[in-house]
Every structure is written in C-alpha cells, then in structure tokens.
Design a protein around this ligand. Structure first.
Ligand SMILES: Nc1ncnc2c1ncn2[C@@H]1O[C@H](COP(=O)(O)OP(=O)(O)OP(=O)(O)O)[C@@H](O)[C@H]1O
Ligand SMILES: [Mg+2]
Length: 242
C-alpha cells in the first residue's frame, strides 16, 4: 500500500474538505495559487487532513514543503519558516541560483542564526516570497503548516504576507490551526490570516455517529456496539475522547 493510500484510507467524512483542497491544488497547477486554512478544535482531524492533502499533492506532482508549530518554539523567530525552507535551500545543488536577486534578502533568516527581536522586516518577507517564487518555477508547491496556533509570530507574519500574493504563484499555502479567539484589544497575526478575504477557511465538523461507529469497528473490532459509539460521540466529537 502506498503513502497516498495510507493517508487517505480510513479518513471518514472528509470528502467536502478534500474537495476544497483538491480544487486549490488544481488551480495552483494552473498557475493560480490559493491560501487555505483548516480550522478546528483539538483532535477533530486537522493533521489527518493535512497528511491526506500532502498525499494528494504527491499524487499530482506538487512538491510538498511541510512544517509545524511547536509549543516550545513559539518564541523562536522564523522557526516555522526555517523548518519549511532551510533544508530545501541547504540541499539544493543550485543554492546560489535559488537565492539570487531579491531572494538573497531571505539569507539572514534561513542561513544565518535567527537574530533576537527579528520580527520580520519587509525586506526579509520580500526575500522569502522571492525564494518561494524561485522554487515554484521548478514546479507547483504545497506549503503545509500544521499547528499554526503554536507558530512563532514572524513566521505567521510571513504566511499573512504570502496569502496576499499567493494567487500569482503556482503554490497552495495550507495552514491548520485550532480556533483563534478574536480579541479586539490584541488581534493576533493568526486572526488576520483567518480574516483575510484571500483565505479559504475550511472548518472541520465532528464525525457523525455512524462514522464514529465505523471508526471504532475498524480499530477496536466488529463487535463494538452502537450504544458505545453513541457514548463516544460526544458533543465535541473528538475521537481522542473515546
Ligand atoms: N476523518 C477522520 N476519519 C477517521 N479518523 C480520523 C479522522 N480525522 C482524524 N482521525 C483520527 O483522529 C485522531 C486525531 O486526529 P488529528 O491528530 O488529525 O487531530 P488534530 O485536529 O490534528 O488534533 P490537534 O489539534 O491535537 O493537533 C488521529 O488518530 C486521526 O488519525
Ligand atoms: Mg494535529
């Protein structure tokens, strides 16, 4: 069984969400990029959907660059961006070519040690954008950022910057996050990203009761009773709670 089958097989009731991601990938292959955010509470299946999206991308010759926010690294400037891009730059045989022109402005955050208090000047954001544009010239890309609620702020600022320009690149920016509480006093960059008119926000619904039963029978055996599945189908719908 291939990677694609493993990631997508067993994913219940996510046809609508995968359809939106497929549409974005198709548009990107045609040169018109898109930004999609998967938003849902803990355990509802964001990472599972991200894996399925990456599998779909591989299937359709879209290269995947992935990273995820981590609770311990929220203070590390550009940590998420570096996770995504530093490796590809380091391993690239034509590294000089990738970092030519405006992309050279990304060197301070990708190659050098991250500077304290580097919140992301326009030059750096512009450089990162051009680096991605150079990479995307080789073929369409999926930039997949999971757990964005733990991403460092400069990286989120770059994702917001990219969102506003993504339609001119063959690239899908796919971000997954737990819901962000809108706070008028201190609006976060993540709220900006979610509120950007260019962002397609995909909200994941909890699995239905029959899907919970199917999930349990698949993982715990065919003898699982309907009443047990019903008890597991909590209002929040989190599979982990079962
Ligand atoms: N649609 C689905 N069908 C079947 N199983 C699913 C589905 N979505 C998620 N799962 C399973 O439920 C569990 C939790 O999903 P996942 O880790 O993707 O949640 P999450 O939203 O990423 O949670 P967190 O916010 O903690 O990162 C995993 O074991 C995953 O494989
Ligand atoms: Mg997750």
């Amino acid at each position: 069984m291939g990677v694609t089958d493993v990631a997508i097989r067993g994913l219940l009731e996510r046809e609508r969400e995968l359809g939106r991601i497929d549409a974005a990938l198709e548009a990107a292959r045609g040169g018109r990029g898109a930004a999609v955010v998967i938003e849902a509470d803990a355990g509802l299946g964001k990472s599972a959907l991200m894996r399925a999206a990456a599998a779909r991308a591989h299937e359709t010759a879209v290269a995947v660059l992935a990273a995820h926010g981590t609770e311990l690294e929220t203070e590390l400037p550009f940590g998420v961006v570096r996770q995504c891009l530093a490796g590809v730059v380091r391993k690239s045989a034509d590294r000089e070519e990738l970092l030519t022109g405006a992309a050279a402005l990304a060197v301070p955050v990708l190659v050098d040690a991250p500077a304290e208090g580097d919140g992301g000047s326009f030059g750096v954001l512009h450089g990162l954008y051009w680096l991605l544009a150079n990479l995307a010239e080789r073929g369409p890309l999926l930039l997949a950022i999971d757990d964005a609620h733990w991403a460092d702020e400069p990286s989120l600022r770059f994702l917001a910057f990219l969102t506003r320009r993504v339609d001119s690149l063959p690239l899908v920016l796919l971000t997954a996050t737990r819901p962000v509480e809108p706070d008028a006093a201190d609006p976060s960059v993540l709220s900006d990203l979610l509120g950007d008119p260019a962002t397609d926000v995909v909200t994941i619904r909890a699995l239905s009761e029959p899907a919970v039963l199917e999930f349990l029978r698949e993982h715990a055996g065919a003898t699982v009773e309907v009443a047990f599945a019903r008890a597991c189908h909590l209002p929040a719908g989190a599979i982990r709670s079962c």
